[in-house]
Design a protein around this ligand. Structure first.
Ligand code: CLF
Ligand code: SF4
Length: 301
């Protein structure tokens, strides 16, 4: 399905504001910030802030318990009838906090089964949970994959935590890349609609991005989202502090065109916060902050 053309009638694509460009004017998403920890370090992330694989660095989301998150879903669904998707996109990694993530998904599914469930991850700890995802009815998962080459990955990820141990350098890079593609294969085989996000780091992974599109297309991935590196030194990320620049608009368009030869490209991403609420590009999070939840009307309860 070429979801970026808006011609697909599969409701899993047509009603999802990220998978379908047409849908992003009609449907809203809610991010539940229930996943604080992370199992890797990315050089474009400052761990005090939200996961920069999916979110805008330099903002901090208030972490919710699964119970608070369930309450928030009811409040938002009541207030925003266009709500179609509930996503978990940090502020760390959804699968590095699997007990909290799965408890939240179960609660949402029980209360409002018509909502789509969507997860975003670096891919490290996804494959072992694919069976449970299918059982929970999660049909959208985003994996952030930035390179196929361990030598390049070692310059993006200083370490990963895997099987009770911290790995560094090429060993860490090889584990992460292997597990990311194991996850992509397992998810597509289970019928999950997979989106790949890639952070474009000019001079480092320019030529990797079309290769990722090509490999992903061969696995049945639905869509690729090239996200520009945000490298403001004020955010305190390794890349920001070391002077790594962001790509220009021309560079982004050029690499997207190369990738589009293999896979539909998402061009309407807003690099949302891990607690974003509303239509893409809109953030009504403050209306539904923890201190307001008690006073909200919860008709759906
Ligand atoms: Fe959220 Fe991500 Fe699901 Fe969308 S966002 S978990 S796939 S419901 Fe969308 Fe926001 Fe871009 Fe993400 S615009 S940052 S791609
Ligand atoms: Fe940060 Fe997300 Fe990378 Fe974890 S996966 S280090 S939270 S950008």
């Amino acid at each position: 399905c070429g979801s970026s053309h808006g011609e697909c009638h599969d409701p899993r694509v047509a009603d999802h504001p990220c998978y379908s460009k047409d849908a992003h004017h009609k449907y809203a998403r809610l991010h539940l910030p229930v996943a604080p920890a992370c199992n890797i370090q990315c050089n474009y992330c400052n761990r005090k802030y939200d996961c920069s694989n999916e979110s805008r660095p330099g903002v901090v989301s208030e972490v919710l318990s699964p119970e608070e998150a369930a309450r928030k879903v009811l409040a938002v669904a009541d207030a925003i009838p266009q709500l179609s998707v509930v996503g978990i996109a940090g502020p760390g990694d959804a699968f590095a906090n699997w007990p909290r993530t799965s408890a939240t998904l179960r609660a949402v599914k029980k209360m409002l089964p018509a909502l789509k469930l969507c997860l975003s991850s670096n891919g490290l700890n996804v494959a072992p949970h694919v069976g449970e995802l299918a059982e929970l009815g999660v049909d959208h998962v985003t994996l952030t994959i930035n390179t196929l080459e361990p030598e390049i990955a070692a310059r993006i990820y200083p370490w990963v935590f895997w099987e009770h141990k911290r790995w560094r350098g090429l060993e860490a890079a090889e584990i992460l890349i292997r597990e990311q593609w194991r996850a992509a294969a397992a998810l597509t085989a289970a019928g999950v609609l997979v989106k790949i996000n890639s952070v474009y780091i000019p001079g480092l992974n320019d030529d990797e991005l079309p290769k990722i599109s090509a490999k992903a297309a061969g696995m049945g991935v639905a869509i690729h989202n090239i996200m520009p590196l945000i490298s403001d030194p004020a955010h305190g990320t390794h890349f920001g502090l070391s002077g790594q620049r962001a790509p220009s608009e021309e560079e982004i368009e050029s690499v997207r065109a190369r990738c589009a030869a293999h896979l539909p490209q998402m061009g309407h991403c807003h690099q949302c916060r891990a607690d974003a609420v509303g239509m893409l590009g809109e953030d009504r999070g403050a209306e539904f902050a923890r201190e307001h939840l008690d006073s909200l009307t919860l008709d759906a309860q």
